[in-house]
Design a protein around this ligand. Structure first.
Ligand code: MG
Length: 457
């Protein structure tokens, strides 16, 4: 088969993304369905989607393509991405999720899942792209076309799967009061169901499926969670919970209304679940607090490039127990090797119940670090900027795994060109809050200056 190296790559870090009826047409989606069906060549493929208004349209196009190659499509309906992944893992069936995660409502996407529940490897995505570009679809007669069936049990299977990893009796005994903001996204039913089964009394916020994300932007950042933070700050609740659009991530608000950074959530999960001999995986961008915790517990820490599929894949290769990023995406290996928002919720409640502590007190038990994040527009090639940045920095300790992570006095700075936007992300971390900001702003100014007058150094 001819290669397609001269053709654009279709799959990005989280599947194919685009705007339906524009760059993600139904015709294209149907052909991608044919390519997916041809690639997998199995009796059944599972499909799910998030709450976006264009979800049914893209679902129908992709599923038509898949059925045309002789495969039965199992429709799981609207579900969090990790719930579809869990179903794939349990049933050993590959899957497709129609989702654009936390992107604005005009976007949608096609994400493929391997039969072990993990995100598809790049090698398989390339094969799907080759099939698409060569139009080498599996041809069958009308009598062998696939059909569509539905399975209503996927949500229940998922919730029970999550519960099997925590001390349900201990959590129930605490009768936690929580507010959960599912942001009009795919966890509108699964996370409230999980919380009810864990004996929590709850107030749900934005827990109705709305593909326009009318209530709030689906990225769970503090500035988008003002209602939840305001309600939590009034007191009377133990924990505030928010998901992104497809609920593979969860973020938390303490009982006083303080947003808990994703790095701290990851530290809490690492601290409470690891044992000597375990392995932890996290990208270069997350906090040194993870280093401290792993060192203290005698646990190996493996750093990767930034990106959830890289973290999951590295976890599988190393049989790691915990992985995750600083954006609230946590992977709990014993459950499944993908980011899972509901699993993260259950682990945090488990920690609160078994340690009999408020979430704000638990936060104080992890090493205190501060990260300051900013970004700078990129007008010049990274390859041109990199040596100039190195020339400026006097550090002798530099990690080049993903961009430049430069260790300096009382902290580090990470400079990383974005894979999706013409910007350079700048992170500064230190135990001293002011120093973290100082580091990030110093290098922000440096990169801006280098792009204006390269000869000034
Ligand atoms: Mg997501």
């Amino acid at each position: 088969m001819p290669t397609t190296s001269d053709k654009p790559q279709l799959f990005g870090t989280n599947g194919i993304r685009g705007i339906p009826n524009k760059d993600l047409s139904t015709e294209f989606s149907m052909e991608i369905g044919k390519a997916i069906g041809t690639h997998f060549g199995v009796p059944e493929i599972v499909m799910g989607r998030d709450t976006r208004d264009t979800g049914q349209m893209i679902f129908n196009a992709v599923s038509s393509g898949i059925m045309s190659t002789g495969i039965t499509v199992v429709d799981l309906g609207i579900l969090p991405t990790p719930a579809v992944q869990y179903y794939c893992k349990v049933k050993s069936v590959p899957g497709v999720v129609i989702t654009a995660s936390h992107n604005p409502p005009q976007f949608n996407g096609i994400k493929c899942i391997a039969a072990d529940g993990t995100e598809l490897e790049r090698k398989s995505e390339e094969e799907i792209e080759n099939i698409y570009y060569n139009k080498s679809y599996h041809q069958i007669g009308w009598e062998n076309a696939g059909t569509m069936i539905s399975d209503q049990n996927a949500a229940s299977l998922y919730v029970h799967g999550v519960m099997s990893h925590v001390d349900v009796a201990a959590i129930k005994a605490k009768k936690f009061r929580v507010i959960v903001d599912t942001g009009n996204g795919a966890a509108f039913s699964t996370t409230p169901t999980l919380l009810r089964k864990l004996g929590c009394s709850m107030v749900t916020l934005n827990a109705f499926p709305d593909g326009m994300f009318t209530s709030r932007t689906s990225e769970p950042k503090p500035e988008n969670l003002k209602d939840l933070i305001s309600l939590m700050s009034k007191g009377g609740f133990d924990l505030g919970i928010a998901h992104d659009g497809d609920a593979d991530r969860a973020v938390f608000i303490d009982e006083k209304g303080n947003f808990i950074d994703g790095d701290i959530t990851l530290s809490l999960v690492v601290k409470s679940t690891i044992k000597k001999g375990d392995r932890v995986v996290t990208p270069v961008s997350s906090s040194d607090a993870i280093n401290d915790l792993c060192k203290e517990a005698g646990v190996e820490l493996i750093r990767t490039k930034v990106g959830a599929p890289i973290v999951s894949r590295t976890m599988i290769e190393n049989q790691a127990k915990i992985g995750g990023e600083e954006n609230g995406g946590i992977v709990f290996g014993p459950h499944q090797y993908c980011r899972d928002g509901a699993m993260t919720v259950a682990l945090i409640l488990n920690l609160m119940a078994t340690h009999k502590k408020k979430i704000s007190d638990l936060v104080k038990t992890v090493p205190e670090y501060h990260i300051f994040k900013t970004s700078v527009e990129r007008h010049k090639d990274w390859k041109t900027l990199e040596p100039q940045i190195l020339k400026y920095s006097e550090s002798t300790l530099i990690d080049r795994l993903d961009g430049l992570k430069i260790y300096l006095e009382n902290g580090w700075v990470l400079l990383r060109p974005s894979g999706t936007e013409p910007i350079i992300r700048v992170y500064g971390e230190s135990k001293i809050k002011k120093r973290a900001e100082e580091l990030a702003l110093e290098y922000h100014a440096l990169i801006s200056g280098l792009q204006e007058e390269p000869s000034s150094l």
